[in-house]
Design a protein around this ligand. Structure first.
Ligand SMILES: N=c1c2ncn([C@@H]3O[C@H](COP(=O)(O)OP(=O)(O)OP(=O)(O)O)[C@@H](O)[C@H]3O)c2ncn1[C@@H]1O[C@H](COP(=O)(O)O)[C@@H](O)[C@H]1O
Length: 107
């Protein structure tokens, strides 16, 4: 069990995004613009799909880590906060919960 969260990774990416560290992969990727970042996200998504289709858990784990990292890079360069995505997901859960309650017969 790891204590590392997507919020931790989002904070690291934000630090790199505003740094001039020439050794930073994140910085170099973001310098290429949203198109290149989005392309990398697409590549990692496809690689995750391939790993899933092979039922290769180790490869799927590794590709999913790449996918999540590249997703957070695209969110950052697009000015979208992870918290807003989580809020969207939470709202959907709430809506589902309300719909489930509404369709249940009254006691
Ligand atoms: N989680 C990641 C992470 N996952 C994947 N990658 C990089 O994503 C790249 C994807 O690999 P590819 O084989 O597609 O190679 P590529 O060099 O992009 O090739 P091209 O497609 O651009 O030609 C690799 O170089 C990985 O290092 C990551 N790079 C950084 N991080 C995190 O970001 C932090 C900051 O890293 P730096 O920005 O390098 O300091 C790190 O501490 C990590 O926590």
């Amino acid at each position: 069990m790891s204590n590392f969260t997507l919020s931790d990774l989002e904070a690291i990416i934000q630090t790199r995004a505003t740094s001039d560290d020439e050794m930073s992969y994140t910085r170099k990727l973001m310098n290429k613009g949203v198109g290149k970042c989005a392309q990398k996200l697409g590549e990692e998504a496809v690689e995750s799909v391939i790993a899933a289709m092979k039922s290769d858990k180790a490869e799927l784990t590794s590709e999913t880590a790449d996918l999540l990292y590249h997703l957070l890079v695209v969110l950052n360069i697009s000015g979208v906060k992870l918290d807003d995505v989580m809020l969207e997901l939470a709202n959907r859960t709430g809506q589902t919960g309300l719909q489930e309650k509404a369709s249940r017969p009254a006691d």
